[in-house]
Every structure is written in C-alpha cells, then in structure tokens.
Design a binder for this molecule. Sequence first.
Ligand SMILES: *[C@@H]1O[C@H](CO)[C@@H](O)[C@H](O)[C@H]1NC(C)=O
Ligand SMILES: *[C@@H]1O[C@H](CO)[C@@H](O)[C@H](O)[C@H]1NC(C)=O
Ligand SMILES: *[C@@H]1O[C@H](CO)[C@@H](O)[C@H](O)[C@H]1NC(C)=O
Ligand SMILES: *[C@@H]1O[C@H](CO)[C@@H](O)[C@H](O)[C@H]1NC(C)=O
Ligand SMILES: *[C@@H]1O[C@H](CO)[C@@H](O)[C@H](O)[C@H]1NC(C)=O
Ligand SMILES: *[C@@H]1O[C@H](CO)[C@@H](O)[C@H](O)[C@H]1NC(C)=O
Ligand SMILES: *[C@@H]1O[C@H](CO)[C@@H](O)[C@H](O)[C@H]1NC(C)=O
Ligand SMILES: *[C@@H]1O[C@H](CO)[C@@H](O)[C@H](O)[C@H]1NC(C)=O
Ligand SMILES: *[C@@H]1O[C@H](CO)[C@@H](O)[C@H](O)[C@H]1NC(C)=O
Ligand SMILES: *[C@@H]1O[C@H](CO)[C@@H](O)[C@H](O)[C@H]1NC(C)=O
Ligand SMILES: *[C@@H]1O[C@H](CO)[C@@H](O)[C@H](O)[C@H]1NC(C)=O
Ligand SMILES: CC(=O)N[C@H]1CO[C@H](CO)[C@@H](O)[C@@H]1O
Length: 803
Amino acid sequence: MENPHTYRALHILLFYLLLQFSSLHFLSLAYEVQEKYFVNCGSDANENLTGRNFIGDLKPDSFSFSKKSEIIEGSSNLTTSSLYQTARVFSQQSYYSFEITETGTYLVRLHFFPFSSPSRNLSTAVFDVSDSEFILMSNFTAKNSTGNSAVIKEFFLGIISTDSFKLYFTPQASSFAFVNAIEVFLSPSNFTPENYSSSFPLHTTYRVNVGGPKLTPDNDPLWRNWDTDDSYLSDPNAAVKNQSSALNKNYPGENDGLVAVASNDSVAPDSVYQTARAMNITTSRPANSSNITWSFSVSRNAGHIVRAHFCDITGAAPGNVVFNLYSNGNFRKEIGSVNNTISQHPGVPFYYDFKVSSSESELITISIRPNMEDATDKNAFLNGLEILEIMEGKASISKDESKKVNVALVVGSVLGGGLFLICSFIIGFMLCLKHRKVKKRSRGGISHNLGLKIPLAEIRSATHNFDPKLQIGVGGFGYVYKAILSNGTKVAVKRCKQEGQRSGQGLPEFETEILVLSKIRHRHLVSLIGYCDEGSEMILVYEFMEKGTLRGYLYDSDEPRLSWKQRLQICIGSASGLEYLHKGAAGGIIHRDVKSTNILLDENLVAKVADFGLSKSGPLDETHVSTVVKGTIGYLDPEYMMTQQLTEKSDVYSFGIVLLEVLCGRPPIDITVPREQVNLAEWVMFCKKQGLLEEVIDSTLKGQIDPSSLRHFIETAEKCLQHDSADRPTMADVLWDLDYALKLHQTETLGESHEDSTTTASSAFLLPTIQRFPSLGSTITGADEMESTESEIFSQLRIGDAR
Ligand SMILES: *[C@@H]1O[C@H](CO)[C@@H](O)[C@H](O)[C@H]1NC(C)=O
Ligand SMILES: *[C@@H]1O[C@H](CO)[C@@H](O)[C@H](O)[C@H]1NC(C)=O
Ligand SMILES: *[C@@H]1O[C@H](CO)[C@@H](O)[C@H](O)[C@H]1NC(C)=O
Ligand SMILES: *[C@@H]1O[C@H](CO)[C@@H](O)[C@H](O)[C@H]1NC(C)=O
Ligand SMILES: *[C@@H]1O[C@H](CO)[C@@H](O)[C@H](O)[C@H]1NC(C)=O
Ligand SMILES: *[C@@H]1O[C@H](CO)[C@@H](O)[C@H](O)[C@H]1NC(C)=O
Ligand SMILES: *[C@@H]1O[C@H](CO)[C@@H](O)[C@H](O)[C@H]1NC(C)=O
Ligand SMILES: *[C@@H]1O[C@H](CO)[C@@H](O)[C@H](O)[C@H]1NC(C)=O
Ligand SMILES: *[C@@H]1O[C@H](CO)[C@@H](O)[C@H](O)[C@H]1NC(C)=O
Ligand SMILES: *[C@@H]1O[C@H](CO)[C@@H](O)[C@H](O)[C@H]1NC(C)=O
Ligand SMILES: *[C@@H]1O[C@H](CO)[C@@H](O)[C@H](O)[C@H]1NC(C)=O
Ligand SMILES: CC(=O)N[C@H]1CO[C@H](CO)[C@@H](O)[C@@H]1O
C-alpha cells in the first residue's frame, strides 16, 4: 500500500466497521456494573442536579465520540442549571449507546434546552429520536420551549436483552439534532405494572397532580415533574380542591382487582395523594347530573395507557364514596366498590391503569361521577393522572449502517476495560471454520482428559450462588466473580452469559479458550484452573490476580504509581509471556488483544498476560486471509486492519502501544486532550522528533529514569509500532531490548537505595549485556500529518468560551 491516503482511508473505514460490530464485547476484568446513566452531554464536567450526578460525556474512560458530533456551549447566564449550557449536536444519524447489565423497564429522559450560539441556533433543529426499533420522537423541535425551562421528554422502555441499548438521533433533511442531557435508569420493580413493560416504548405525555401544586424533580424520588390540573379541567366550577396529610401507607394489601395499592413513593410521591379534586355539589349542580372532566390533547389515533391515582381524603366514612371512572365518555371502572377492600380503609393510596385509544378528535377525556346506586355519600375524587402514549411507529435505522461512515457517537459505559474496548466480531465463515477446527483438534480433549472440570455446585458455593457482591468485572461475555474454591484457592470465575446460544456446542470462544489455556503454563501467563460446562453454564476459572490490571496502576485510579523499575519489570514479564505464546511449547499462538487491561498483576506485581478468548491457535497459514478483525481500538495493528492478515507482529504492535502507556501513564487514545495529543503513539513520536520527550512522560516518573534507559525504551516501542510488520521486532527481540533498558537503569541507579523489593520478574531471562543497537526504521505518522488519521474521529468542535 504505497499511497498513505489510501491507507488512511482504509484505516478509518475499518475503524468504523469495528464500531458497527460492537455488539459482542469480550470479557475483561475491569468493567463496572451499571444500570444508571446520567449524562451531561457535550461537557467535561459533572453536574449534580437533585441527587443525580450527570457525568460529562467528555470524561475519559466513560464515553467516546466521533467527529460527526459537535459540542455547543451557551452563555452561562442562560439558565440556572449548568447542565443546559452545553449540548451535543449531530448532523447525521448518530447514537448514544449504553451498556445494560440488568433487563427490565427503564426510564429514559432527554433534556433539550434550545439556546443559541454563534454557530448553531438550537431552536432551529428538527429531528427524530428512536431506539433501535421504535420512534420515540418525530420531527421534534424545541423552539416552543418557553423562558428558562428545558423541554424534558420521558419514556419507558422495556429492555429485554443486556446488549447495549442505543438511542438514535436522526436529523431531518438539512437540519441537525441536539441533546443537552440524558437519563437512563432502571425503574423500581414495584413501580412498573405488568402492562408498562409492553413491547412498545411509552412516552409520558401528561403527568398531573390533581388538585395540588406543581411538583418538581426534587419532590419526587424518580425525578418526575407533576403539572397542576387547572388547565385541563373542562369545568372548574364542577370541582373543589381537597387536601389531607393523613395517608394510610401501612395497608398490607397489594392488588385488588386491577386496582393496585401505592405503598411505595416511587409510584407517586405522597403530595400527589394528599391533594385531590372532589365534586362541587350545589343545588344548581346536583350529584346525579354532575361530573368532573379533564381533557388532554394527544396524538390522533394512538394507543395510550392512563394511570389514575386515588386516595379517599374526602373525610367520608370508609366505603361510603363510590363513583365511576370514564374515559372519552365510556365507563371504565367503579372506584370504591364494596367488593374492593381498599375502599374499606380511609387514606389508602391506590391507582388504576387502563388503556385508551385517542380517536380522530386527538383528545382524551377523563371523567368521574358519583355512582348513584352504590354510594352512600354522593361524591367522587381524583388525586393524580398520568397519560403515556404507546409508541408503535417503526424507526428507520438504516440496517446497513455498517456500510456507512456516519454512525457517529458511541458512548461506552465501560470503565477500565477501556474507552474503546470495542471488539469487532464479524460473524462469518471464518468463525465456523475456526470453530470446526477447534472441535476437531479437541476431540476427546475438552470433555475427557483435562482434569480441569469443576462441578457447578462447587462454583455456586464458591461464588455464593453468583452473589453480585463478589462481581469484580463484567463484559459482553458475562460477569467475573472473585471466589474461593473449597480447597482454599482464590480464583476469578468468568461466567459466560446464557443467551440460549448453547445449542449443543457452546461458544466457539469458550472452547478455544479452554483448549488454548489448557496447553499453557507459564510464569507470565494467567493460568486456567478449571472450567464448568454443566447444563447451560459455561464457566472458566482462573487464578486470581490480586492487584488487577496494569492500567489500574498507570492512570485513572487511586492506586500508587509504579516506579520505573517496576514498570520495566512488568513490561519484561508481559513480553516474556507473549514471547512464550508465540514461540514457546504451545507455540504459534497469537493473543490478538494485547492491552493494558489484559495484563494483570499478582500480589507481588508480577505481570501475567490474560484473556485468551481471542486467541487463535495452531500453526499460521501464511496465505490465509481472515475476514474476522478482532481487537481493541487504540491497540490495533494498522497493517492487520488493512490486510486482515494476522501475524504475531500484530501483538508486537499492540505491545508497543502498551509500552507507551506505561511510559506516559495515559490511554492510547484520549479525547480530552488537545487534538494533536489524542493519539498517544503519534504524540510521543512527534515529541521524540522534536526532542521534547519530557513532555509526554508520566509526571510521577520525571527525573527518575536514566536517560539512556529511556532512550532505549522509546526506541523499542518505536520499533514495535513500525507500520510494516516486517520491520517490527519479534517478541524475543523486544524482551531482549527491555531487559537491556532495565540494565541501563540499574547500572545508573546502582548504589541508590532500592525502593521496591519486588522479585525480579525477568530473572528467568537474564541476558548477557551485549549492546544491541536499535534498528531504525521510518517514523510513524507525526502529529503534523494528522489531518486524515483516525485521530480526527475523536476531535470536537468547541464553540464559545471554556467555562
Ligand atoms: C455530586 O454528588 C456526589 C454525591 O452525591 C458527590 O460525590 C460529588 O462530588 C458531587 N459532584 C459535584 C460536581 O458536585
Ligand atoms: C449574560 O450576562 C451578561 C452580563 O450580565 C449580559 O450582558 C448578557 O446579555 C447576558 N446574556 C444573555 C444571553 O442573557
Ligand atoms: C433561533 O431560531 C428561532 C426560531 O427560528 C428564532 O425565533 C430565534 O430568534 C433564533 N435565535 C437567534 C439568536 O438567532
Ligand atoms: C416530518 O417532517 C417531514 C418533512 O417536513 C415529513 O415528510 C414527515 O412526514 C414528517 N413526519 C412525521 C412523522 O410527522
Ligand atoms: C409549537 O407551537 C406551534 C404553535 O403554537 C404548534 O403548532 C406546534 O405543534 C408546537 N410544536 C411542538 C413541538 O410542540
Ligand atoms: C420503594 O421501592 C424501592 C425499590 O423497590 C425501594 O428501594 C424503596 O426503599 C421503597 N421505598 C419505600 C418508602 O418503601
Ligand atoms: C361550586 O359551585 C358554585 C355554584 O356552581 C360556585 O359558585 C362555586 O364557586 C363553586 N366552588 C368552587 C370551589 O369552584
Ligand atoms: C337528580 O336528583 C334530583 C333530586 O335530588 C331529581 O329531582 C332529579 O330528577 C334527578 N335527576 C336525574 C337526571 O336523575
Ligand atoms: C359530564 O358532564 C358533561 C356536561 O354535563 C356531559 O356532556 C358528559 O357527557 C358527562 N360525562 C360523563 C362521563 O358523565
Ligand atoms: C360484588 O361482588 C358480588 C359477588 O361477587 C357481585 O355479585 C357484585 O356484582 C359485585 N359488585 C360490584 C359493584 O362489582
Ligand atoms: C393488562 O394486561 C392484562 C393481561 O394481559 C389485561 O387483561 C389488561 O386489560 C391490561 N391492562 C391494560 C391497561 O392494558
Ligand atoms: C370540599 C371538600 O370536600 N372538603 C373536604 C376535604 O377533606 C376534609 C377532610 O380532610 C373534609 O372535612 C372536607 O369536607
């Protein structure tokens, strides 16, 4: 590939392809479980708003972006909440993606505050929002928002799979889309009636505190807004306000017919039930010919779920008030029926859900009227109303997104596992091929002679039946638990997700991993202790690595920073682990996902390479071109991405990136830093050229590294990152070079007190001190050439002054 532009274009294209196929994440020990997201869009600041901590989506390790989104900042006196001073703007169909670890009904809220900046007037935006199947909002514009208030749209979505959940923003032709803040959180289980978890999303169109004041999110445990009912009353004179603070929240009953007791605040706050409207019975308005009616304009011919909240605070004797509820003039339900035990107890809050379709009239009316036959006291009351539209419109998410280069925004919730822990998984014939190969080789192996099988019962007991408290990580692959086996061994248990994929054979990855790992025993490789494949379970048991990931000791954590010597020893250890994979007894194994979160540290900070789920074992078929690109963004060998031809040198490239992370104490791609610094490899090589290496080195290392050791280390990394794999060293060479860098450091610091008493990880690889000069090759892309590199994908347009 002579033409660098062709290469870059391909590079970018492949990068995007990887983003598209992000549905299958491979396990990593460093994920964090989450079922709550509060996002401050277009900001690097966290904002607390009534108990919700909105995380800036520019924060490293929480979210990532592409070039297709812009950031807009408004002036700081626009609104009291700084949450609304920034927005993220999309000019093409784009999405936010959230890792969901628990299924159920989620509340999703989108905040829109249409401010105006020199480059964008957000009031002019017209766009759709949808999930991957249904439209949530169509042709939305926020221009009707008045004064200082944001438009907040709320939805209930039944999420039934733990794949990532995506929210798509689709601008109308020539317009653009924007959003200021997003909330996604699991609703409390007792809050969700069966019928809410419908297969369609529900859009909250009205939420009214009947007879009471407006309630803001700080008055509500689920941060809901409750409107007053005045503007919806058809005849205000027909009703009187009633109020009482005496609620009976201890009524033990649950459901009574279709009426449910609201024993928990999450159904509605007490203040909703403490106020009501009741009949204004006068001589001119006798009970038998009077009703109270509320009307709401809604979408035409759309299904709605109505939730009516009741609490008898009229002061009447229990069971005396019996009345009928109507929607659009049709009888719905008798409330306070003698057959309904709730009504025998005063002050019990309860609610009733029903479905109603709006007609051509685009109106839903709700009425209450005394039941003249059954009631002793001719009255009727209502405390609250919620109207939710059933969103049945199909979204037009282009199915062949993968071919487009415009899906812009991927918000990874994964922490530690990496901003860009997005492994591609192109399901193709290759996989089947590999699967078959593995099976053939392992015939009689996996199920019989490994002696590694651990009974499910033992694993259950060791993990306290997969107690969430013991979870130390989670990935698309499943959860990882810390456990102690009956023989006292501390282990990490990877429990693969059960998605009915176990049609006899199990995941190819599972078997590959067992096969590969069972062959391998090495001081610098994480050992497989056992596995379990009973029933639908697929479980791998590894030795437990006390100190977690290398990344955890480099940045974004509170762990103590490592000394240069410790870092070199860790690099040497992991290099020797990789060298063993490539050339050792097992031989010919390419790791394929070398990164700082796949290098784990034991209690003595001895490095061990982990996660062979992506390994490809067996002798390399030089002529074979795989169609499966796997790995992690930021570490991917550009040549492999281009040719899809996998060699050991791809691991060497990724390892070169790890070396730079170790030196600089920052991620390979960091979107929070100035543009030219985003891509670590490019930035380091640029600084090296300029003689400014001091700029990039982890500040905690400054003055600590012997210059010749540093030079040797950087040159080693640079060789690893050569564009042509043929120019890259083998892992054995890398190991040799790193060992030499350690020796240079130790020679210099000889006589100084040794701050770390760590066992020398490299002891097994002591090498003669023969000077080997680095083979200088062409330098990789400098920052001055960054225009068309993948770094651009992470650049943002920042408008307005930084706050
Ligand atoms: C937000 O609140 C949390 C705890 O409620 C606190 O830890 C955090 O510092 C607060 N953040 C800001 C920006 O005030
Ligand atoms: C913001 O405040 C400044 C000074 O207080 C004022 O000049 C400016 O007009 C205000 N901007 C807006 C959009 O209100
Ligand atoms: C933004 O657009 C709206 C609607 O088109 C318009 O009313 C408003 O004046 C515009 N604001 C600015 C600052 O241009
Ligand atoms: C949205 O607006 C476009 C163009 O104005 C129109 O073609 C389309 O039908 C509208 N969609 C809906 C759902 O109203
Ligand atoms: C905005 O207001 C206009 C006129 O009041 C109305 O026709 C339109 O439907 C409103 N748009 C939205 C999104 O509420
Ligand atoms: C309401 O339910 C939620 C979720 O089940 C629970 O966390 C909360 O403690 C309950 N509140 C009360 C007042 O019972
Ligand atoms: C009740 O109805 C009477 C007569 O219709 C009216 O004068 C009075 O204002 C009403 N009361 C309320 C609270 O609306
Ligand atoms: C309502 O009740 C009054 C007496 O209270 C009676 O005169 C009248 O006929 C009744 N009206 C209807 C419609 O039943
Ligand atoms: C409520 O009263 C209005 C006006 O008297 C009447 O048109 C309507 O049919 C009544 N609705 C019900 C459900 O009784
Ligand atoms: C109450 O229950 C009895 C017996 O099940 C039934 O005959 C009666 O119709 C019910 N009354 C109401 C108002 O539902
Ligand atoms: C809720 O579901 C039950 C059972 O499917 C059904 O009988 C009932 O009518 C539904 N209620 C609503 C409000 O849709
Ligand atoms: C107008 C009306 O219905 N008022 C009632 C409100 O509730 C109290 C008891 O809390 C009754 O005493 C009032 O008659």
